[in-house]
Design a binder for this molecule. Sequence first.
Ligand code: DAH
Length: 335
Amino acid sequence: MENEIKNIRQLFKEDLKAASDVKALEDIRVKYLGRKGIVSKLMEKLPSLDKDKKPLIGKELNVLKTFIQGELKSKGEVFISKNNLMEEVDITLPGIAPSVGRLHPITKTLNEINGIFISLGFKIEEGPEIEKEFYNFEALNIPLEHPSRDAFDTFYIKGDILLRSHTSTVQIRIMEKTKPPIQAIMPGRVYRPDAVDASHSFMFHQVEGLMVDHDIKFSDLKGVLNIFTKQMFGEKTKTRFRPSFFPFTEPSAEVDISCIICRGKGCRVCSHTGWLEILGAGMVNPKVFEAVGYRATKYAGFAFGMGVERIAMLKYGIDDIRLFFENDVRFLKQF
Ligand code: DAH
């Protein structure tokens, strides 16, 4: 019987070696350990053995049984992991596309605005968001206690330190450190203590423009802005200059474009006027030149300022400014 056990072990090893899939392993299990299997049959013979042989044979049979079970299990695991591996590299399955990042619509719009002005010879300049009162107000001809301060009210930090409420501050910083000719645009964030709603935000973006030399005229301003509006909103876009007031420009104008939705016929977006206001502009006020130490009789210049969110909302047909800042991927991935 002991020899028989050895032979069975050998036989099993050969069978196991030949097995090439899970199904073959199951057949082997039935052959040896099944109810009518080889090992089970031997077990049945145990009671009829000699008393002194019984314990030894019984033990050996148990060892054989455990051995067979262990071997079947580990070979089975090899098959399963091989199968899984094959599934992992199944090149016939469609791939999983990685999610691709993209630019924020405000960044995209800013890049587009910058690109147009760069092509016209403008340089990009930047200034601080935390400013002194002087740059946000006095230097721009907005004196303390003057009602025009209200329009540019802001958040105060400490003393005369505040968050800039427009990018016009950067005009002053550039003129303080350089002499004309100046031809620059100044993009950046600005802050206003406005209650947030569909068209207001306490933080938004502006692009300021400034061109100063000996003989800059209002017609230069019109020429530059006409090119800008056509490139930004399409060749068919018309531009209109309406008289307005800003303390830092004289004369001042508000610039409208023909409504890009209805092409000037009148619709809900343009409040049935056919026109959409997009920016403020004008000839630099001599008082501003004086504030930066220029001789006001020597130079002339134009300036303009636009809100980037407003331009992006018009261009992409967005009706709520809050969408830009909520970080909702469903919105952002449309651009
Ligand atoms: N700073 C103005 C604002 O925030 C925009 C503006 C108007 C800028 C006229 C200018 C300008 O440079 O000439 O509403």
